[in-house]
Design a protein around this ligand. Sequence first.
Ligand code: PSU
Ligand code: MN
Length: 306
Amino acid sequence: MSAAPITLSPEVAAARAQARPIVALESTIITHGMPYPRNLETAQAVEAAVRQAGAVPATIAVLDGQLHAGLSEGQLQGLAQAKGVAKLSRADMAACMVTGGTGATTVAATMIGAHLAGIEVFATGGIGGVHQGAELSFDISADLQELAQTPVTVVCAGAKAILDLPKTLEVLETLGVPTIAYGQDDFPAFWSRRSGLRAPLRMDRAAQIAAAHRLRAQMGLRGGQLVANPVPEASEIPAPELAQAIAIANADAQAKGIQGKAVTPFLLARILDLTGGRSLETNIALVLNNARLAAEIAHALASPSA
Ligand code: PSU
Ligand code: MN
């Protein structure tokens, strides 16, 4: 069999060889989730937070046809400023690579890249899920299916209330994805600590999350785990304050006939506008918080008892 079609940065390759903790990071948040230059500053700060926690960051992206785990400073800067970068999921990753394209990886594609690189933990902001009105549009993110089949533990801050959260939890249950709230009973809702919905599972320690990851593999259970880590209290925007912006953003998307891959980036940009940039500060705080928890889980996985 030929080697996995992924290029590890020297730092990631060394960490793999020495079985040191590594945290994968996605790139769609950089190209489609935040405006320049905050996207670049955030990507750099998240990598720094992972290093500070004693793990190695591995940002995943396709650059000129090459799938990378671990980007150089120059590669990260280029991606943050590039225009027209593709947003890649399971369906279009290989096509982008064979045509020499450049693409940012969503949660689904980052899980695939992480798994190819031998990385078991991945930190992001929010995952894709079931969109409001999905009973008509059928818009359900491929992230959910990926969690059901690729063995990577994904640390997020829950899912945004731009989605239909009860339906998102239902689909995760149907697919057999362990959905674990960290340190509380409520499923967090990205900018808000609470969604008002009880999470199916709760864990209070990174070591437990790592142990469950290991045990699932030993039992031959397919797929990963979803860890929902509430945004730090000081940075949260309570759900009622966002309800109006979310309603407007969803109505605008419908009125403009936004479809497919364009839906999530459209909603994110619209909410940023409608909250006068406040949502971005919360977004940055929660990604950093997730990077720290992911590093703790990576440490636990790298220790022999896990
Ligand atoms: N949700 C967020 N921020 C994001 C995304 C989702 O709060 O940046 C990005 C992630 O990369 C996620 C993708 O995997 O959007 C989901 O897109 P879609 O809904 O088209 O599957
Ligand atoms: Mn979609």
